[in-house]
Design a protein around this ligand. Structure first.
Ligand SMILES: C[S@@+](CC[C@H](N)C(=O)[O-])C[C@H]1O[C@@H](n2cnc3c(N)ncnc32)[C@H](O)[C@@H]1O
Length: 360
């Protein structure tokens, strides 16, 4: 089943490409949203550009500008969504320019999007990427006064408190401990916390209910899409979704044949996931090169998306944090930076002295 004509018939221009299940358009998604009918979409899952904030001063004003800019899209998304539909936004946080403090723009956005008449916050999710490099370097690796930033909030918004959803669709493999418990049985008892754990706890439901922490590494650096982009000399999209992120929400919030839209489609991971999981899709992106590159995902030689969603308890080993107690004082990082600068000067001086000595 393809995307219903009633949804696409008024969209301006022709799609850049179409498949059996969907189409990608190049242009401003706000214009495309304007041309879509009310109550026609089951899920909008997207990752907006955060660079808008990054490029500018991170102060309140730019955060406010970002919110105002985004709300225009959100109002249209609200209109095109079906009553049981969902709007999922992966939104990375950012730091205030030149300062080790965070911008609150994404929280300000959330507050604006959940004001009366717009969306409900169905649930907040957090995507932890273990493979993220330590950043921002100045605060994390140089001055060592902040921890590495490895979490993206994901806001799951809905039009009503009861959007279409089922966590059974995305259950995780049981942990070894739970498998043992299912095999060996379980005695109902009260936990020290007071929770009454009944015998129902030992029912095999086929998998564990996932938490709202998604542990997903960033995608590989040499997949089919990237190889094809390099072959023809077009830029690889720098901020691609790992397929697990859209897949998790597509699986939990839609049925096969439903309509999924990504308003900031980029390299079209959302469309690619939908194509392989039987959802109809529609995606938009402003940049012609990203749209051109995204097409490679639909070549017959391109392997399907590989999914590796892992819950926090199973495949990730959280190493215990060693608490160092001692006389060392916590610093603001300034002393450390001064020391580091002094060390560099001393190294340079001693190298210069060595050179002079060898010339003599
Ligand atoms: C964070 S990226 C999305 C990446 C995408 N999730 C993927 O997996 O490749 C945001 C994208 O939004 C696009 N964009 C920015 N403003 C837009 C607009 N008004 N309409 C459509 N696309 C826009 C940018 O070109 C960029 O590719």
């Amino acid at each position: 089943m393809a995307i219903p004509k009633t949804i696409t018939s008024k969209l301006p221009g022709k799609p850049s490409y179409s498949t059996g299940k969907g189409s990608m358009y190049q242009g401003n998604s706000l214009e495309y949203l304007h041309a879509m009918p009310d109550n026609s979409v089951d899920l909008v899952v997207t990752s907006p550009p955060f660079a808008l904030v990054r490029k500018k001063d991170y102060g309140n004003q730019s955060a406010q500008e970002y919110v105002t800019w985004f709300v225009k899209f959100a109002v249209e998304v609200h209109r095109v969504l079906k009553d049981k539909g969902s709007f999922v936004i992966d939104i990375g946080g950012s730091w205030k320019k030149g300062s080790p403090v965070r911008s609150t723009y994404h929280y300000q956005l959330l507050i604006e999007l959940t004001r009366p008449g717009l969306f409900e916050l169905a649930q907040d999710f957090f995507w932890y990427s273990p493979s993220k490099l330590p950043s921002p370097a100045e605060w994390v690796t140089v001055r060592k006064i902040r921890c590495k930033d490895a979490i993206n909030p994901i806001w799951w918004l809905s039009k009503t408190p009861y959007p279409k959803a089922s966590n059974e669709r995305i259950s995780m493999e049981y942990s070894q401990a739970m498998r043992d418990l299912l095999k060996n049985g379980y005695k109902a008892k009260k936990r020290p916390s007071g929770h009454d754990i009944s015998t129902k706890f030992a029912n095999d439901r086929g998998g564990a209910i996932p938490p709202n922490l998604l542990v997903v590494s960033h995608t590989s650096s040499n997949d089919y899409y990237q190889r094809r982009c390099r072959e023809v000399g077009i830029p690889v999209h720098p901020a691609r979704f790992p397929p697990d992120i859209p897949h998790f929400f597509i699986a939990m919030l839609t049925d096969p044949g439903d309509v999924v839209v990504d308003i900031f489609g980029g390299s079209n991971v959302t469309g690619w996931v939908c194509e392989h999981f039987g959802r109809n899709w529609l995606t938009f992106d402003l940049e012609a090169d990203y749209v051109r590159g995204s097409r490679f995902r639909f070549e017959t030689e391109c392997p399907p998306p590989t999914l590796e969603f892992i819950g926090p308890s199973e495949a990730t080993q959280f190493r215990p944090i060693k608490v160092k107690e001692g006389p060392e004082k916590l610093t603001t990082g300034r002393t450390r930076q001064k020391k580091a600068a002094k060390k560099v000067t001393t190294n340079k001086q001693s190298k210069r002295a060595k050179r002079t000595k060898s010339k003599e």
